[in-house]
Design a protein around this ligand. Structure first.
Ligand code: MG
Length: 362
């Protein structure tokens, strides 16, 4: 078992661990824990090729995220994953034994309390908040798509013979769509990144119970892997666990004994501005709408449009519904933006949009 643990800064405690499981001859999974990025990858392809693909994915992420330049976290993660995809395709083209290799990847960047997740495939990200576990990512898998279309129940999906068939992976196409999710962490949140070796045999309820324990992340990783192995360990198992403990120790202002009047007035003015900005930020971050992002239907957080050249929204989640598949009515509405009452409302409106979907003309 390879294991690594670390401590980026007081705000975040994290660890990762991987295990071959009880059935497979090799471990084709890989993981990465570093101050700038956490990731898991589940490689596929015979003769150790899967190991190569998952390794390329995490190494490329580590390299790109070390020096993201002026890119935002979502841009840097997307660029890294697309670059890894190109490298995997190139290697597969160069060497016969690597042909057909591929990998999933689920990566997270945490900057202060801003969490950004990028993912392709069926490795998942979960968050435990206030004792409740929520799956953040949507699997890019055949059974998940059938379930979304209402053709399978969750129980049927869990036992489906083709449940490991994935619909998106690195190493299959030169153009790769990467899903991005964003959230603000609360002190006490526990983030889990995991390959399907855990989630195919350990239930969400069991994962929730384990993560709710206040043990160190490395200990939680060991317990999760042990649970998968107890249930037969049919696949390689890889987990990364990070606990956000908050960073208020850095933000506390120093005490001043004397406040000159002018300074006091300026500070009061700045404070009023900050409160207004905070209120505006609170308003924006509680506002959601659907609109296109690079011609795909996407959930945005904030308000459509811009003020003084500043965008007031960020892409929160991108679907695989393309503009060309939609009737003119929805194309127009989505160009303007469809307001929502909250992030939960998105699923309802998206499922209405899906019903009008037509196959794209070639
Ligand atoms: Mg797997």
């Amino acid at each position: 078992m390879a294991r690594l643990r670390g401590r980026a800064e007081p705000a975040l405690l994290y660890a990762g661990s991987t295990d071959t499981g009880r059935v497979r001859p090799h471990n084709e999974d890989a993981f990465l824990v570093s101050p700038t990025v956490l990731a898991v990858a589940d490689g596929m392809g015979g003769h150790a090729a899967g190991e190569v693909a998952s390794r390329i994915a995490v190494d490329t992420l580590a390299r790109v995220m070390r020096k993201p330049g002026k890119k935002t976290a979502d841009e840097a993660l997307t660029a890294a994953i697309r670059e890894a995809n190109q490298v995997i395709l190139e290697r597969a083209g160069e060497y016969e034994r690597f042909s057909g290799m591929g990998t999933t990847v689920t990566a997270a960047s945490i900057i202060t309390r801003e969490l950004t997740i990028a993912h392709v495939g069926d490795s998942r990200a979960y968050i435990l908040r206030d004792g409740r576990l929520t799956q953040l990512t949507e699997d890019h898998s055949l059974v998940h798509e059938l379930m979304r279309e209402g053709r399978l129940t969750p129980e049927e999906a869990a036992n489906h013979p083709q449940r490991s068939v994935i619909t998106r992976a690195l190493g299959t196409e030169p153009e790769l769509e990467v899903d991005i999710l964003e959230d603000l962490l609360h002190p006490g949140d526990v983030l889990l990144l995991t390959t399907d070796g855990l989630t195919s045999v350990v239930t969400d309820e069991a994962i929730q119970r384990t993560l709710a324990d206040d043990a160190a992340p490395a200990e939680l990783c060991s317990r999760l892997i042990a649970q998968a192995n107890v249930r037969g360990g049919p696949d390689n198992i890889t987990v990364v666990v990070a606990r956000y403990v908050g960073d208020d120790t850095h933000a506390r202002p120093k005490k001043r004994r004397v406040w000159p009047r002018l300074l006091g007035v300026s500070l009061a003015f700045l404070l009023a501005l900050a409160v207004a900005a905070g209120a505006a930020y609170g308003y924006l971050s509680n506002n959601y709408y659907l609109a296109f992002s690079q011609d795909r239907v996407a959930l945005h957080r904030g308000l459509p449009g811009a003020v003084l050249g500043l965008r007031l929204s960020r892409v929160y989640r991108v679907t695989n519904i393309h503009r060309d598949e939609l009737p003119g009515f929805y194309q127009e509405r989505l160009t303007e933006g469809i307001p929502l009452t909250g992030a939960e409302d998105a699923d309802r409106v998206i499922s209405e949009i899906v019903l009008t979907r037509q196959p794209a003309r070639p």
